[in-house]
Design a binder for this molecule. Structure first.
Ligand SMILES: [Zn+2]
Length: 99
């Protein structure tokens, strides 16, 4: 499934490469290096959040689909680091709320 919003986010920041096999490069919002299309991922600046109960659903969907401003381009290593941090944060929140 493709998300046009994500493509828009990428189109907004891409740079044309002259004389290369790959046509566009994209800046990573984190390390500020430039990467080929297959090396970047479109990330939600604010994570889509957890989907634990029905009342989370509208917010979850809204964050997931409707917020181009909430998107940034990250290279894969930076995206992995961020995902890991977010998971740790979620786990910490869970521990707090289960007290
Ligand atoms: Zn990066």
């Amino acid at each position: 499934m493709r998300y046009p919003v994500k493509q828009q986010a990428k189109n907004a920041v891409r740079k044309v490469v002259e004389g290369e096999r790959f046509k566009y490069i994209y800046p990573c919002a984190e390390c500020e290096e430039w990467f080929q299309d297959k090396e970047v991922q479109v990330d939600h600046i604010v994570g889509a959040g957890s989907l634990n109960e029905y009342s989370d659903l509208p917010r979850f969907v809204e964050r997931l689909f409707c917020e181009p401003d909430n998107l940034q381009i990250l290279c894969k290593p930076c995206h992995l680091i961020k995902t890991k941090k977010e998971k740790e944060q979620r786990d910490a929140d869970k521990r707090k709320s289960s007290k």
